[in-house]
Design a protein around this ligand. Structure first.
Ligand code: HEM
Length: 119
């Protein structure tokens, strides 16, 4: 069980990188946002986060549930922002209208990292 938990932690970090990597690289840009990678990362964070919560419960880890719920709410907003941005990109909308969604997803993922580490 411990090894599975560790594998999900690895996936959780990869999902985090898929959101925050493009955000840091492209936050000063005005177009060509890697919004598909951000969306994939947002989905990964939701799936691996929920799995980690279940697995941690199974191996009797003490989880801070107010922290987990707060992270879940923020991760859902990250997902919605990434999804709306991705949908706009697919519909061929101009880059300016995608930028706020890209920034919201990236910025809130950074907030979740800070919560994960300091709370
Ligand atoms: C954008 C979304 C997210 C980011 C950036 C993120 C970030 C992180 C980070 C950096 C850690 C490692 C913390 C440490 O070991 O000190 C972590 C651990 C963890 N995350 Fe997330 N997370 C996200 C979403 C979620 C969601 C949605 C859930 C659950 C519903 C979740 C549940 C957990 C759990 C259970 C752990 C391991 C136990 C703990 O340290 O609290 N995460 N996350």
């Amino acid at each position: 069980m411990e090894i599975i938990l560790s594998l999900f932690v690895v996936a959780h970090f990869i999902g985090l990188a898929a959101i925050v990597g493009p955000f840091l690289l492209q936050m000063r840009k005005n177009g060509d946002f890697a919004i598909t990678a951000v969306l994939a990362g947002a989905i990964t964070q939701l799936v691996t986060g929920v799995a980690l919560t279940g697995l941690a419960e199974a191996v009797d880890y003490d989880l801070d549930y107010p922290k987990i719920i707060t992270k879940l709410v923020i991760a859902i907003i990250v997902f919605v922002a990434a999804f709306l941005g991705w949908r706009k990109a697919r519909a061929g909308s101009n880059d300016r209208s995608i930028k706020p969604f890209f920034h919201a997803a990236g910025g809130l993922a950074v907030v979740n990292i800070i919560l994960a580490v300091f709370w």
